[in-house]
Each structure stands twice: as structure tokens, then as C-alpha cells.
Write a protein that binds this ligand. Structure first.
Ligand code: GLV
Length: 322
């Protein structure tokens, strides 16, 4: 009997490919860009398993043409690129890579927070552009981090890791989440707030929630108006959780002080996007989990997930519709 067939939509570290090649016939999209829709559809028609990235859209159209498909492994913790409900209706199991990227993503979140608050990228640009002609008392003065109030929206594993870092800066920690987390309240001194109260009280508003129908456009015009005019807004969730036009207006009108963004509604963000014209925006190209070790571990975990789903019909990292 021929081996099950797996398609990998991107070249990943060899250890991960090896795990799949041990049990399956594997083919890989080798180009250094996301797989074309056409090729993905073609592959879905014959694949038993798809190993995909968050840049690949796995929708009902694709799933309707995938008669052999048993598993879809997403090399990411977020899975808003996949129609999980449609997959589950067809008995196709979807997996993700939670846990192993939490600390790396929390490091980046904190780095972005510090960068935005203390204007680090702006200071670097200032120097490189030859603007440092003299020192002056308020030159590039930013917001203090130590002792400030951080409000974390979405207190999952990454939120907890961010809160842990915040304790080292003597920050007051507020959080908002679907469920209260009494154990974190005890362990980290985090205090639960309604969304509105968190927005009103926080110096740093950090958005970490997954993108779902409930969180789409969670932060918009009304929410920015509730924030302090000195607030720093950080988004490391998904771009679509924020109304970017409202964010732009809030920044231009001084309703908030600055924003640090690792995610955008359209990625890559177009270079003529209004947000990129503002000095009080720090923008990164979606690098939350991008450390060498973590990306390698994610690649391996995603391969193990797909292997286990195809061979055993199970995996510790199955995602379900919430
Ligand atoms: C990255 O954004 C991820 O979901 O892993």
C-alpha cells in the first residue's frame, strides 16, 4: 500500500521534514514566498495531510475539494486562517503549536512595549538620519515603564508570560479575559477588570487575544476614547482585532500617546499605509515568535502533530471551534 501523502506549504528546518518523511510521501513548496492558491488547491485534492502556515487560507472552498484530507497542521498558535468548523464537519482534524512559543512571544511583546514607550526605534532613526546635532533635556523623552499599569487583554499563556515580565518592572497588572484566572491573581497579583475599566486605567494596553468573530474590531473608536491620552497601545494578536482607521485617528488626535504593532489587517502592510507615516507608531513585520530556537521547535511540533493525526487520529494539540 502506498504511503499517505503530505504537502508542506513552506520549507522548514530539516528535522521537521524528516519526521514526516519517515512515515509519509512528502512534497514541499520550496519557494521563499507563500504557496500560490492554485497549487494549494491542487495539493489539497490529493493530500492526506496539509502542513501549513498562517499565511495560507484554508477555507470551505479548499476543504470541499479535499476528499482524502485527515489532518491540517498549522505552524502557528493562532488558527484564524483555517475554517475549523468546516474542517471538523468533514472529520478533518486541525492542530496548532501552543505553549512552546509563549515565552518568546512575551519577550517580543515586552520589547515592543519598551521600544514604543521609550521611543527606541525612533531614537535609532534620529541618530542614523544625522538629527543628533546637540543634546537637549526633553530630547526623545518617553513614558516610564517601571511602576506603570499594564492592562492585558487576553490572558492566555502568552498573557501570563507578559504579566510575569511586568512583575520585574514593578508594574500594576490588570487583565481582561473571557474567564477569570484566580490562580494568576494569586501568583502574579493580576487584577481582573471589565474591558472598559481596563482601558480607562491602563498606561499600557496590551492586546493578545486570538482573532475570533467576538474579537474582530474589539478595539475601535469608542475604546481608544476610553484610554488615557498618555496610553501606549500594543497589538501582538491579529490585525483584525483593531479598527486601524480608528487607531490612526486616535494617534493623530492625541487620544492615545503611541502604538506598537506587530500585526496588521493586511500583511505585509502596504508601505503607503497611513499608520506608517506616524512617528508615534512602532511597526514590526509579525515577528512575535521569531527566535531561531522557537521557530525550529514550532516546525517540529507541527510535524509531530500531523504525524500523530494521520497515523493515530489524535494529537495533544487539536483545536476546536470555540
Ligand atoms: C503567530 O502569530 C502565531 O499565531 O503563531
Amino acid at each position: 500500500m502506498s504511503k499517505p501523502y503530505v504537502f508542506m506549504s513552506r520549507a522548514v528546518p530539516e528535522e521537521a521534514v524528516h519526521i514526516l518523511k519517515e512515515s509519509f510521501e512528502v512534497s514541499i513548496w520550496e519557494e521563499d514566498c507563500p504557496v500560490t492558491r492554485e497549487r494549494l488547491l491542487q495539493e489539497a485534492k490529493k493530500a492526506d495531510g496539509l502542513y501549513v502556515m498562517m499565511t495560507d487560507r484554508i477555507d470551505r472552498e479548499l476543504l470541499n475539494q479535499a476528499p482524502n484530507l485527515k489532518g491540517i497542521s498549522n505552524m502557528a498558535v493562532g488558527y484564524d486562517n483555517i475554517d475549523v468548523a468546516a474542517a471538523n464537519e468533514k472529520g478533518i482534524i486541525v492542530t496548532n503549536t501552543p505553549g512552546i512559543l509563549s515565552d518568546t512571544t512575551a519577550d517580543l511583546t515586552f520589547g515592543l512595549l519598551m521600544d514604543t514607550a521609550r521611543r527606541l526605534s525612533e531614537a535609532n532613526r534620529y541618530l542614523l538620519e544625522g538629527k543628533w546635532e546637540m543634546w537637549s533635556p526633553m530630547m526623545l523623552a518617553g513614558q516610564d515603564i517601571y511602576g506603570a499599569t499594564i492592562g492585558i487583554i487576553g490572558m492566555g499563556r502568552i498573557g501570563e508570560a507578559v504579566a510575569k515580565r511586568a512583575t520585574g518592572f514593578d508594574m500594576n497588572i490588570l487583565y481582561h479575559n473571557r474567564n477569570r484566572k484566580p490562580e494568576l491573581e494569586d501568583k502574579l497579583g493580576a487584577v481582573y477588570r471589565t474591558l472598559d475599566d481596563l482601558l480607562k486605567e491602563s498606561d499600557f494596553v496590551v492586546l493578545l487575544t486570538p482573532l475570533t468573530p467576538e474579537t474582530e474590531n474589539l478595539i475601535g473608536k469608542r475604546e481608544f476614547k476610553l484610554m488615557k491620552s498618555s496610553a501606549v497601545f500594543i497589538n501582538v494578536s491579529r490585525g483584525a482585532t483593531v479598527d486601524e482607521e480608528a487607531l490612526y485617528q486616535a494617534l493623530v488626535n492625541g487620544e492615545i500617546w503611541a502604538a506598537g504593532l506587530d500585526v496588521f489587517r493586511q500583511e505585509p502592510i502596504p508601505m503607503d499605509h497611513p499608520l506608517l507615516t506616524l512617528d508615534n507608531v512602532v511597526a514590526y513585520p509579525h515577528i512575535g515568535s521569531a527566535s531561531i530556537k522557537t521557530r525550529r521547535n514550532m516546525a517540529i511540533l507541527a510535524a509531530e502533530n500531523l504525524r500523530d493525526v494521520i497515523l493515530k487520529g489524535k494529537s495533544p494539540n487539536i483545536v476546536h471551534v470555540k
